[in-house]
Design a protein around this ligand. Structure first.
Ligand SMILES: Cc1cc2nc3c(=O)[nH]c(=O)nc-3n(C[C@H](O)[C@H](O)[C@H](O)COP(=O)(O)OP(=O)(O)OC[C@H]3O[C@@H](n4cnc5c(N)ncnc54)[C@H](O)[C@@H]3O)c2cc1C
Length: 475
């Protein structure tokens, strides 16, 4: 007999998991289906984010940063480290245990909120007047009937044509997070968030890392001034970044990969590396969903087509997160998940993409919200900008990390904050203040007048806001 639910969520990444919890909180009888398996074949909810994305990458970024600090920076503090070594197996085991804690935490939240969890692949079977029939294929096959369906099936890494992932020498994010020993040489194709973060991890651990990027500009979507600072800092650390390249061939041999490419000047080049990470973007995942069975519409790029409220072309079918348009970020998926559950309950929440922050967790971190200077120039909107270097921030000096700057951009007339861009220590945490300010339509003067604790890195944002009116107090 089929099991009936008010809401069935397909996918338990950050989007699906938050949608399910919010729906249950709102009183709906809710189920969530997810197919991700842990090493033992058991459920591993949390999606890309928890299993092969945000969480394990940050675990390895932290471990590798400790190693980098101990090897290169502790001495500045008068701390000597003799016999420094790294145990990659232990580092990977720690990462795996962090992932498991998150998997278990989600299952605990499902039990606490009385959400029924199904481990397996969910696919549409048909729609009739009872609702949508969804088959669960897995160890315990099942059939569910749902009044509302929320599709949150996420995304998969994009492969380079002719260079399929083998996760041994040609690695997606998955393989790149479990390389068993530090490669002597590592190539990375794509200098986006994932390429820079994972390239940084293995460089800190001792690999010689070369990054090949097709675009002529480094981090083209980031504010130019900030991207320049980041490029300078990352290059100084030893990442070799080549921009404007055109890959012609990738050939994997035994324990090595050869990449043929034309450099920015059009000259043929060859890169031979032990391993190659391909991080050239992600594609929406609708594999096995059987969208055709109910006529669920995809757009020309394979995303599930939705309107601004995440409604699909079908009544009571919603889609959120990486499988729909918009930035592929965990917190964007979460916002959409919570908003959709509330819409099903008749509420009217709003998700503003303009205040969705983005962060690159390199060192220095790069964080931004709102519009960049180049976007404002292109739109013709009059603005004024203030910047403040961490070099002049007392806390940054005490930390021994004075790289980068904070930048606040405001409307020339109204002084409303239009964008905040930070490259430097703690940028991932500092950006929250800027998001809050923008949500409340604050002016740069508002940020400048708020009392910030001293000495903190957040004083750099305050000073950048004051610099908008050329009245920074400490520079
Ligand atoms: C290396 C890396 C680092 C990242 N770091 C960050 C970061 O620091 N911050 C950030 O915001 N974002 C980060 N991201 C992006 C982030 O992981 C995604 O934006 C986020 O996971 C999208 O969430 P989602 O819920 O839409 O989908 P996903 O997390 O992809 O989850 C989808 C889930 O649905 C399941 N599924 C798919 N189809 C079916 C089906 N038919 N039946 C049952 N289950 C199904 C999948 O198994 C998966 O568990 C990172 C990504 C990568 C790869």
């Amino acid at each position: 007999m089929s099991k009936e639910f008010d809401v069935v969520v397909i996918g338990s990444g950050p989007g699906g998991q938050i949608a399910a919890i919010r729906a249950a909180q709102l009183g709906f009888n809710t189920a969530c289906i997810d197919e991700w398996k842990n090493e033992k074949g058991g459920p591993a909810p949390g999606g890309t984010c928890t299993n092969v994305g945000c969480i394990p990458s940050k675990a390895l970024l932290q471990s590798s940063e400790h190693y980098e600090q101990a090897g290169h920076h502790f001495a500045d503090h008068g701390i000597g480290v003799a016999g420094l070594s790294v145990d990659i197996a232990k580092m990977l085991a720690r990462k795996a245990s962090v992932v498991k804690q998150n998997n278990d935490g989600i299952l605990y939240l499902y039990r606490k909120n009385k959400i029924t969890f199904f481990h397996g692949r969910g696919s549409f079977v048909k729609a009739d007047d009872k609702g949508y029939e969804i088959a669960v294929a897995g160890d315990k096959p099942d059939t569910l009937i749902a009044k509302h369906v929320i599709v949150a099936t996420g995304s998969n890494p994009r492969a380079l044509p002719g260079a399929a992932f083998d996760e041994e020498t040609i690695l997606s994010n998955d393989g790149a997070l479990r390389i068993p020993a530090v490669p002597k040489t590592l190539g990375v194709i794509g200098s986006g968030v994932i390429g820079l973060e994972l390239g940084s991890v293995w460089r800190r651990l001792g690999a010689e890392v070369t990054i090949l990027e097709a675009l002529p500009a480094f981090l083209g979507s980031v504010d130019e001034q900030v991207a320049k600072e980041a490029h300078k800092a990352l290059t100084k650390q030893g990442l070799k970044i080549h921009l404007g390249v055109k890959i012609s061939e990738v050939k994997a041999g035994k324990g090595a990969v050869a990449v043929a490419y034309a450099d920015a000047a059009g000259k043929e080049q060859k890169l031979e590396v032990d391993r190659l990470i391909v991080s050239i973007g992600r594609v929406p995942n609708t594999i096995g969903l059987n969208a055709e069975a109910v006529g669920l519409k995809l757009d020309e790029r394979g995303f599930i087509a939705v309107d601004g409220d995440c409604k699909t072309n079908l009544p009571n079918v919603w889609a959120i997160g990486d499988v729909v348009r918009g930035p592929m970020l965990a917190h964007k998926a979460e916002e959409e998940g919570s908003a959709v559950a509330e819409r099903i309950a008749g509420q009217h929440p709003h998700v503003d993409f303009n205040t969705v922050p983005s962060v690159i967790y390199t060192s220095p971190e790069i964080a931004s919200v709102g519009q960049t200077e180049q976007q404002l120039k292109a739109s013709g909107r009059a603005y004024k900008a203030g910047t403040f270097p961490f070099m002049a921030n007392g806390r940054a000096r005490a930390l021994g990390d004075t790289t980068g700057l904070a930048k606040v951009i405001a409307d020339a007339k109204t002084d409303e904050v239009l964008g905040v861009h930070i490259v430097g220590p703690g940028a991932s945490e500092l950006i929250a203040e800027a998001v809050m300010a923008m949500e409340f339509k604050a002016s740069s003067e508002d940020i400048g007048r708020i009392c910030h604790a001293h000495p903190t890195l957040s004083e750099a944002t305050k000073e950048a806001a004051l610099a908008v009116e050329k009245r920074a107090l400490n520079f």
